[in-house]
Structures are given as structure tokens and as C-alpha cells.
Design a protein around this ligand. Structure first.
Ligand code: MG
Length: 262
């Protein structure tokens, strides 16, 4: 018998070892099987990067109905043509009408092939994972042409702006579509408004891990040190950066809300 053979092979084990083997011999595989609750069924998209069945689609190529101008909540004034959004820098940032806490976000962005400029002035935009004000308040994952464009590394594409450089530079050349798949864990604040759990973000850039559960020290800021201020569910915001380089474009944006952390 199999069990007997195992036990016969335990000569030299101490009492504790023998007891462990005896316990193993009496265990059944079913004891460690979990059958309920069953995970919700989600139909994945037919094409890579497409919205799965439980996603909330923020842009499907047709209109900006899910977006407003961050400054005054008026209709988003960016351009939609040929299934693509292009930033209108004169109209400022845009943000989602809906607010979110924790989520998985997919978006695609493209720097124009004929982009000019250098450093932060070359295809700069960004996705603010929670918008906490009409301008650049919130938590920005940088969007920038970082294919062949030196800048401070905690400000290049896929950085958590001025907090975490990306683990690697997975940038594609200008003119090509790039993807971000982001897991956002919003900060948690107690009833008194004090921070109880900082925000954390994972970013996959063009299929490559760029931020691995990076913990944020607060909102991302251009000057000075990051700090938290209390907020709840918040819009997702796209940046109209003021540099003079040609505006970038976006397409295929969807989000899946996740159960918040306690
Ligand atoms: Mg930016």
C-alpha cells in the first residue's frame, strides 16, 4: 500500500516528523478545495485590449459623452475624429463624469509622428488616477514621448510623476499607439479624515510592467513634496499640458471598478 510505503520510508524521522507524516496520510485533497463563492463570470474581449463584459466604457471611438471639462464641468471640448480623441490644449484638462475609487483602467495613447520639442515639452499629457481639483491636482501617471527623449526619470512616460520612475522604459516610437493597463488602489482615509492607507498603483506599459504596486507619498506635484488631502471617489482626468508641442491622441478607454480595500 502506498501509505505504508511512505511511512516505511520515514525511518530516522523524529516524533514530530512521524506525526506530520501520519497527519498527511490521513488528509484528503478535498479538505483544501474551495468551491464557493464562485468568481463572477466576465466575458473577455474578442480582441486584445478590448473592453471585457463588466467594463464601464469611457471612450469607444464615438463621442465624449462620459467626459467634461475639468475647469467648469462644461462639455469636454477635445476633438473626436476617426475614432480617436485629440487633446485641445486651449480647453484644458478633461475628466470623467463618473467618480471611481479602486479600479482597473485601460487606455491607449499616441504621440504624433512629427512631434517636436524636448524633455517635458514633447508630447506631454498624463492620466490623473483620481482628480482632486480642476487643474493638475491628483495623482498623475505621466504620458510623454520617452522613446528618445531625455528628461528627469521620475517624469518620463509611465512614471508616477516625481515619485516613482518606471521600472523600465517600454516606450514605442512617436506615431505608434501605446497602451497603459493600470491598477489603481485609492488612498483610504479614516472617519476623522486622516490617511489610513496610502494609494498604490501598478502600471503595465505596452504589456511591460512599469510600476509594481508603487506606493504614493501623496498627490503628485510639480514643485515641492507630495502630500495627501482627504477625498472620496473621484473622476479620472486626462491632461492638457501647456507645452507648445503638437497634441497627443487617445482611444479605447475603459475601466473596471474593483472592490475597495478596507
Ligand atoms: Mg504630464
Amino acid at each position: 500500500m502506498k501509505t505504508k510505503r511512505v511511512i516505511a520510508g520515514t525511518a530516522g524521522l523524529g516524533l514530530a516528523g512521524l506525526l506530520a507524516v501520519a497527519a498527511w496520510a490521513q488528509s484528503k485533497p478535498e479538505e483544501t478545495e474551495v468551491w464557493t463563492p464562485t468568481p463572477a463570470k466576465v466575458a473577455p474581449a474578442k480582441d486584445p485590449g478590448g473592453a471585457p463584459s463588466d467594463a464601464f466604457v469611457l471612450f469607444d471611438g464615438s463621442n465624449l459623452d462620459q467626459w467634461v471639462a475639468s475647469l467648469d464641468k462644461s462639455p469636454a471640448g477635445w476633438t473626436v475624429a476617426d475614432g480617436v480623441i485629440t487633446v485641445n490644449k486651449a480647453r484644458g484638462n478633461i475628466e470623467t463624469k463618473k467618480s471611481f475609487r479602486d479600479y482597473q483602467l485601460h487606455l491607449e495613447w499616441r504621440v504624433p509622428a512629427d512631434i517636436t520639442g524636448s524633455g517635458q515639452g514633447r508630447g506631454n499629457s498624463g492620466v490623473f488616477l483620481a482628480s482632486t481639483g480642476p487643474r493638475d491636482q491628483g495623482y498623475e501617471v505621466q504620458i510623454l514621448d520617452s522613446y528618445k527623449n531625455a528628461t528627469y526619470v521620475n517624469g518620463q512616460a509611465a512614471s508616477v510623476y516625481k515619485q516613482h520612475p518606471p521600472l523600465v522604459n517600454a516606450s514605442r516610437a512617436p506615431g505608434q499607439w501605446q497602451t497603459y493597463d493600470i491598477i489603481w488602489r485609492a488612498p483610504v482615509f479614516g472617519a476623522d479624515g486622516a490617511l489610513t492607507k496610502p494609494a498604490a498603483v501598478t502600471v503595465i506599459h505596452n504589456g511591460v510592467l512599469a510600476q509594481d504596486n508603487a506606493v504614493l507619498a501623496g498627490e503628485t506635484v510639480y514643485i515641492g513634496k507630495p502630500a495627501y488631502k482627504t477625498h472620496g471617489a473621484a473622476p479620472i482626468k486626462l491632461q492638457a499640458h501647456g507645452d507648445p508641442s503638437a497634441p497627443i491622441s487617445f482611444r479605447n478607454i475603459w475601466v473596471r471598478e474593483l472592490a475597495p480595500r478596507s
